[in-house]
Design a protein around this ligand. Structure first.
Ligand code: ADP
Length: 400
């Protein structure tokens, strides 16, 4: 019989969930509750007996999870008829405190609450999700899987910012990195595809949020997101890297408060700021229609990726594979080709026909002669959370 994990990703006004077979990765059911706390919310649930969509008032995350439990009863699978072994929670920021998936208890909740200043949008919602799930599933172990955990192996020279030392020691100002669950999943899959466990990779997670990670021997040794997810690559609405003096300049010239600048860099910048679209498909359509702003946004996006590939190649010394994942990385041949164009002297040779062929399977898109493999690997963060959840509950100390 399969062991299932209920994977929960709680946002500030949403709750995503899926019921994942930890061995096979199959999602037996999945759903999303949106606009929690607003005048009208929505709930979608897909299960073995079909899909339901409803519009209703959902006052709280507790009501959202209740609605999910009812949907499991109606659309299946009934939670009391399967082997549901645990609840796995996606938690965005684990700071320096969490390098592993960790059982949820009062101590963990207190530590995650202490980290709220580092992730003011995400950690409070993740805390709510864990508290609610503990109330509604008191009989099940709950495990927190942190987006930052995979990057806790970064060496000091990669995670240290060149700022006064007390900023780090007293305020936790350092690189943490994010998307760790995705980078861990695709790194494992890449190692399997290459037939080796000790692989050196540059992993490019290109979705709405984008990040690059240098992986040495399966472990993260550098990553482009920083203390927050704003640093690094150009993203759907985030600027990525920029001169930190721009904050002070805007504040002096326009009198903008820091919160307004922070908001603009997180929500009005990136592809959206440059071209008006944060959706890559719309950007591609505009680019094809000759829109120069869309072309510039695409060029800036791909050039930034290329710079990180070069930087991480230098950091690693040898690279076995470049790996593309997430919505853009898995589906956009033009972005992949442009990001790696001209890197033949680094041993990176993309095969145009393999790159252009669409598929939802893990695949190589490099030529047979390419010393560095170029791989496209669909990410599966829910499966990774389910697997890590099961490994955490199997390794917990026995109750006495
Ligand atoms: P996230 O999980 O960060 O919200 P995703 O990994 O789902 O993001 O990626 C979303 C991005 O992927 C969007 O910019 C979307 O336009 C892009 N995307 C999704 N499908 C395709 C496709 N077939 N071709 C090009 N881009 C795509």
């Amino acid at each position: 019989m399969s062991s299932y994990v209920l994977v929960i990703n709680a946002g500030s006004s949403s709750l995503k969930y899926s019921l994942v077979d930890a061995e096979s990765g199959d999602a037996a059911a999945a759903g999303v509750v949106e606009r929690i706390g607003e005048a009208e919310g929505s709930h979608r649930h897909r299960g073995p007996r079909g899909e339901t969509r409803s519009t209703l008032v959902i006052a709280s995350h507790e009501e959202a999870l209740q609605a999910a439990i009812e949907a499991f009863a109606v659309q299946g699978p009934a939670l009391d008829e399967i082997e549901l072994v645990a609840v796995g929670h996606r938690v965005v920021h684990g700071g320096s405190a969490f390098a592993e998936p960790t059982l949820v208890d009062d101590e963990l909740l207190a530590k995650v609450a202490e980290l709220v200043p580092l992730a003011p949008l995400h950690n409070p919602a993740n805390l709510t999700g864990m508290r609610v799930a503990r109330r509604l599933f008191p009989q099940l172990p709950q495990v927190a899987v942190f987006d930052t955990a995979f990057h806790q192996t970064l060496p000091p020279q990669a995670y240290t910012y060149a700022v006064p030392r007390e900023w780090a020691t007293e305020h936790g100002i350092r690189r943490y990195g994010f998307h760790g669950t995705s980078h861990a999943f695709v790194s494992g899959e890449a190692a399997r595809m290459l037939g080796r466990s000790e692989v050196n990779l540059v992993v490019l997670h290109l979705g709405n949020g984008c990040s690059a990670t240098a992986v040495r021997g399966g472990r993260s040794v550098d990553t482009s997101m920083g203390m927050t997810p704003l640093e690094g690559l150009v993203m759907g609405t985030r600027s990525g890297d920029l001169d930190p003096a721009i904050h002070a300049h805007l504040s002096r010239e326009l009198g903008w408060p820091l919160d307004k600048i922070d908001h603009a860099l997180n929500f009005d910048s990136g592809l959206k700021g440059l071209a008006g679209y944060n959706d890559f498909r719309e950007l591609s359509r505009s680019r094809a229609a000759g829109d120069e702003r869309a072309q510039l946004a695409f060029d800036v996006f791909c050039y930034r990726i290329k710079k990180y590939v070069g930087a991480y190649y230098a950091a690693l010394g040898t690279v076995d594979a470049i790996v593309f994942t997430a919505g853009v990385g898995e589906n956009d041949p033009a972005a992949r080709a442009a990001s790696l164009a001209g890197l033949e002297r680094l041993g990176i040779r993309v095969d145009p026909a393999l790159n252009a062929a669409s598929s939802d399977r893990p695949r190589a898109i490099s030529t047979d002669a390419s010393p560095v493999a170029v791989l496209v690997i669909p990410t599966n963060e829910e499966w990774q959370i389910a697997r890590e959840t099961v490994s955490a509950i199997r390794s917990r100390p026995p109750r006495v």
